[in-house]
Design a protein around this ligand. Structure first.
Ligand code: K1U
Ligand code: ZN
Length: 175
């Protein structure tokens, strides 16, 4: 397994729409293994393939946070929302592609999805709470949407400017 580089905003690649996976084969399983390793290393609770530069509709999530907690990796290939609840909930969201930035985002508090699992089997999941939020956040990545897109233009442009500056400084240090 390999820890892959996570793309960070601003990066045009993150704005691409991801395409469906034709078959859950060994290449896709290896991608999901790498994504989980990358996510645990970051650390984070979710990751979409586009964040490691692969524009495929693949997501991994693990909400177990403490080191002593048993890992519970979830794999989603070609996830589709079947229903969203009418009630919203606000969660403080972060994103490994928007490092160091957090904001309260309102989303439906439950969602029902269909997807293919690690072995390519068709599955359904009724999610609520943080899992529902995380699924919706990761599914946004598949459409090229970041959580900062829900903020006011002013807040968003301040964050993008800050990240842009940080990137340029880092590039100068590395070169
Ligand atoms: O970049 C990502 O998409 C992952 C993101 C997922 C997420 C977090 C919070 C709400 C919605 C979606 C993260 O994992 S950010 C890091 C984070 O939340 C975290 C890091 C360490 C321990 C616990 C949480
Ligand atoms: Zn994210």
């Amino acid at each position: 397994m390999t820890i892959r580089k996570i793309l960070t905003e601003p990066d045009r690649f993150l704005r691409q729409k991801s395409t469906n996976v034709e078959e859950v084969d060994s290449k896709i399983r290896s991608l999901m293994d790498d994504m989980l390793e990358t996510m645990y290393d970051a650390p984070g609770i979710g990751l979409a393939a586009i964040q490691v530069g692969v524009p495929k509709r693949v997501i991994v999530i693990d909400l177990s946070r403490r080191d002593d907690e048993k890992k519970n990796p979830l794999h989603f290939v070609n996830p589709e929302i079947i229903t969203n609840s009418d009630n919203n909930a606000a969660y403080e969201e972060g994103c490994l592609s928007v490092p160091g930035q957090f904001a309260e985002i309102n989303r439906p508090d439950r969602c029902k999805i269909k997807y293919l699992d690690y072995n390519g089997n068709k599955k359904f999941l009724d999610a609520e709470g943080l899992l529902a939020t995380c699924i919706q956040h990761e599914m946004d990545h598949l459409e090229g949407i970041l959580f900062i897109d829900y903020l006011s233009n002013l807040k968003k442009s301040m964050i993008v400017k800050k990240l842009s500056k940080q990137k340029k400084t880092l590039e100068r240090i590395v070169v």
